[in-house]
Design a protein around this ligand. Structure first.
Ligand code: FAM
Length: 474
């Protein structure tokens, strides 16, 4: 297996023990004036540990609020009980990645054009670097990371055989999580753990596995895509001069769509992290807390992402929007759209793409994708994209009047799948797999932080209703 993270030259010995230096890959590219991602992460380890030690020794007994019965029976909403470094979600202003909003990240992070490719959107590789280090990378650092990922993107033949053996009728998300779990066959973390590696060094093979997995996700996804939908090159060819998403888009047979390539870069970059409490991030973190390797941990996250209230929503939104279009035609009146919204609600269904467990304003990720649509003539004229924009105006008043959801505004899924559809990527069942490529760049960095800080196994306390009653009746 390729080692992604180890620079060819001059590793600080405290940060990278001998066995990792020895594993340095000939594929790993080093630019004279740049550091590798491994170097950049190693640099922040002492400060992160110091910050953690200070919190632990000075504030362990400080309260972050009380736990109410409503928290226990209400999906733990609002309970501050998890450490998550990469991003913080504010109910009003939305997500920030190490303090940067989406527009700020778009200004600061290197784009495809910055590394000599075509495209104006954030490269997911840049976001990955930011999430892991808290700093924006230089253009050279991202170029190097992009090349390292490309070099490690090829699938081992045992995995190709496993993927090819799945029935075509198996949902692509089930195939995706199974294939990801199977990669633990090659886990550097599992191997190092069984050799008795010191706890303080756990973060290193975790980083190595995480980058290996991120590098391979596009090829896993596109092999599934080829097997199920018969589109793409079938071989998951990788051109090391292309970035992660350009290669992926070629692999699934849409490589000539410059608009889709740039859309997917933005999509993957901004879907990556949404703090720790969402199901996919939390599941990855929870399973990882048992020191399961990154492949097993992220497979758990993907299984959560496959739920209709979480990642599957983008598939649901498109199905629902097309149903709406079929019922009311391509140029419906406002009243026809509103009636359809009411019909959905009265039948006891949710309006997919609306509402959020934390956000109380329109999702800034939705806003970023909408802005992308405004910049592209091919999307501005597209009937589905136009319908998505109209819905974002018409649905909130209906949902407010309906009176149930705490957030009547669009979330990211209200737009994400519809834009894919407009670009001709109309295999709905694949949409959550694309989300799954993205979530890895947020959930896996946290596993690295978990192990850098030596976080313990998660074990919250549960209570039966009987036990609960005894406590509250006192
Ligand atoms: N349409 C109709 N009813 C809705 C609704 C919607 N879009 N969103 C919430 N509600 C209902 C909800 O079902 C609940 O009803 P009950 O009391 O009968 O159970 C009530 O409003 C209160 O829910 P809430 O507190 O506002 O939301 P939750 O935190 O329980 O749930 C979501 C959050 C996202 C699961 C919920 O808003 C929903 O089901 N939305 C539609 C599905 C969707 O778009 N999911 C994607 C979320 C996205 F951000 C992601 O994870 N990818």
């Amino acid at each position: 297996m390729l080692s992604l993270t180890i620079p060819r030259v001059a590793l600080r010995s405290a940060a990278a023990p001998r066995q990792f230096a020895a594993a340095a890959s000939s594929a790993s590219v080093r630019y004279a004036s740049t550091k590798t991602l491994h170097d950049a992460v190693a640099e922040i380890v002492p400060a992160k540990r110091e910050q953690f030690a200070e919190l632990k020794s000075n504030y362990s007994e400080s309260s972050l609020g009380e736990v109410k019965v409503a928290n226990l029976i209400g999906g733990m909403r609002g309970l501050k009980c998890m450490l998550w470094e990469g991003s913080v979600l504010d109910a009003e202003s939305g997500i920030t990645f190490h303090g940067r909003s989406i527009p700020e990240s778009q200004k600061e992070l290197p784009t495809a054009a910055d590394i000599g490719r075509t495209g104006a959107e954030i490269l997911p590789e840049s976001m990955l670097w930011l999430l892991l280090t808290g700093k924006a990378p230089t253009n050279e650092e991202v170029k190097q990371l992009s090349e390292q990922l490309a070099h490690a993107g090829k699938l081992p033949s045992y995995l190709e055989k496993i993927i090819d053996s799945f029935p075509k009728t198996l949902h692509p998300m089930t195939q995706f999580s199974s294939a990801v779990a199977a990669l633990n066959h090659d886990s550097k973390f599992a191997e190092a753990y069984s050799r008795g590696m010191k706890k303080t060094e756990f973060w290193q093979p975790t980083l190595e596995d995480s980058l290996d997995l991120i590098a391979k996700l596009p090829a896993i996804a596109s092999r599934i895509f080829y097997n199920v939908f018969g589109k793409g090159d079938g071989k998951q060819a990788i051109d090391t001069s292309k970035d992660l998403i350009e290669n992926f888009t070629h692999q699934i047979g849409y490589g000539d769509s410059e608009g889709l390539i740039d859309y997917l870069r933005l999509y993957i970059a901004i879907h990556g992290d949404h703090e720790g409490g969402n199901v996919s991030a939390h599941a990855t973190h929870l399973v990882g807390s048992a020191l399961s390797d990154p492949y097993l941990s992220y497979a758990a996250g993907l299984n959560g992402l496959a739920g209709p209230l979480h990642g599957l929503a983008n598939q649901e939104v498109l199905g629902w929007t097309l149903e709406l279009q079929r019922e009311v035609g391509k140029s419906p009146s406002d009243k026809e759209v509103q009636d359809y919204l009411w019909k959905t609600l009265k039948s006891g269904r949710v309006v997919p793409g609306y509402g959020h467990a934390v956000l109380r304003q329109p999702d800034p990720r939705f806003t970023a994708l909408s802005k992308f649509c405004e910049t592209r003539p091919e999307l501005r004229e597209d009937p589905i994209v136009q319908l998505v924009q109209r819905l974002s105006q018409l649905a909130p008043p209906v949902l407010k009047e309906h009176g149930k959801t705490k957030n009547p505004f669009p979330n990211v899924d209200a737009a994400s799948g519809c834009v894919l559809y407009s670009y001709g990527l109309d295999q709905f069942k694949f949409y959550t797999v694309i989300f799954g490529i993205s979530r890895a760049i947020g959930a896996l960095p946290q596993l690295v932080f978990d192990r850098m800080l030596g976080l313990p196994i998660e074990r919250p306390k549960s209570l039966s209703m009987e036990a609960l009653k005894k406590i509250v009746a006192k």
